[in-house]
Design a protein around this ligand. Sequence first.
Ligand SMILES: Cc1cc2nc3c(=O)[nH]c(=O)nc-3n(C[C@H](O)[C@H](O)[C@H](O)COP(=O)(O)OP(=O)(O)OC[C@H]3O[C@@H](n4cnc5c(N)ncnc54)[C@H](O)[C@@H]3O)c2cc1C
Length: 478
Amino acid sequence: MKRDRDGEWPPASGPGAGETGPAAGESPHALVVGGGLAGITTALILSERGWRVTLAEARPRLGGRATSYQRGELTVDNGQHVFLRCCTAYRGLLGRLDAGPESGLSVLQERLDIPLRAPDGTTARLKRTGAPAPLHLAGSLAGYGLLPLKDRARLGRAALALRFTDPADPAVDAKGFGPFLRERGQTASAVDRLWSVISTATLNIDPDAASLALAAKVFRTGLLEDNSGSDLGYAAVPLGEIHDTRARAALVKQGVDVRDATKVLSVDADRTVRLRTRDEGELTLRPDAVVLAVPHDAAAGLLPDGVRRPFAALGHSPIMNVHVRYDRPVLDGPFLAGVDSPAQWIFDRTAAAGLPGAGRYVAVTVSAADALIGRPVAELRPLFEDELKKLLPEARGASVEEFFVTREKQATFRQASGSAALRPGPVTAVPGLYLAGAWTATGWPDTMESAVRSGISAARAAQEHFVSVHAHRNGARA
Ligand SMILES: Cc1cc2nc3c(=O)[nH]c(=O)nc-3n(C[C@H](O)[C@H](O)[C@H](O)COP(=O)(O)OP(=O)(O)OC[C@H]3O[C@@H](n4cnc5c(N)ncnc54)[C@H](O)[C@@H]3O)c2cc1C
């Protein structure tokens, strides 16, 4: 079987460390631009390989789009984040930061188990058994109470077709997920009440517009190829505790020069980089490697003139989170998926956010939030309070103590059909200049997993280039 090197967090040293570090006495300098998960990963790996690494992050905190902020006594995530057991690279990063499930900082279900409810009170449970994939879901889908029997009977046809759909095929990427499902007999309710629950959450776009290739990647890797792939995980603490505090400590321990509140202003074709530092001063560096681990539009703005940047057309899709504090428990588990409702995923974040007392704090995720993200709180509040009363019977008698909204207009790139062709690999036309970020060509949707994979690939590309240039120079000298 082909080894999935990008899915493995590379060992720091010893056998398996891969391409080996720079030779003794040589200590090349890398500037990693962007302190999101892609930049953190690149910086850690290059540093472990013997590079001197500077990490420049424009904001005062690390973690990029997967982070937290303080609001009174609550530590609020900018948006609820989940991962799956198949996210091997992100789980590798959690392990590297001592933040895996065994640390208590994150949770990973032993077996996939998602409770779902519709506003009319109908419920279902997406649950796996220990049977081999795809039989591990057969019982759960056969009893999926949110769909009539005739719809359930047809689910297998689309699942089987997805299992044989190649996510790497450009012709597949040119197609939409919605049309593919309809062609395979899936009704509008099957799309809304089952397929979209997973595809909208992972691809952040309506199924009709979503790339079939990315949908096939999600369903194949998560649900259809391995029985444990979709076991669900999430942080048990604020995201910032892992992606900022823990990551920063690991980077500093590793010797990385972490410069937050430091913005890269320009990168020239000879790798001369201008930065604006925390104290508003300017600094110029000329490192051996520059890794742009920034969002795609920021990368398009920083690349030197003459370098192609088709990815500037990737666009964005928004995610909105609605945050509600109740005076009492309203959820009878850690989370619930809502169907036929704008309240798509409801997570109890009381303990994670550090809220004391009997009250409860829930975070509600609205992916592909194009229609709602621009609406004022005055409109969103009655809408969501009402929806939550329909989905959570316990909320009907509860008082809302606080209601606020976080809006991420550029949460992910627009994962539409045709987007794969726009995603670049880590190597650019400028020697020593690399790209990383969840939007680059990892084959994964714009997720934490994709970000970490992109960081692994960029670090590997920088390392291989450096080693080959030096082997060439040393050969020329001999
Ligand atoms: C609300 C929300 C919910 C999400 N839910 C999930 C989920 O459930 N599961 C999941 O896996 N993914 C989820 N995602 C997606 C996930 O957060 C991203 O895919 C991932 O964090 C991207 O990491 P990154 O390092 O590629 O980019 P980013 O996190 O965007 O990091 C890039 C960094 O570069 C910095 N930067 C930009 N320009 C400069 C400059 N000129 N100089 C210096 N620094 C610069 C930025 O400040 C930023 O910190 C969600 C995203 C959002 C917003």
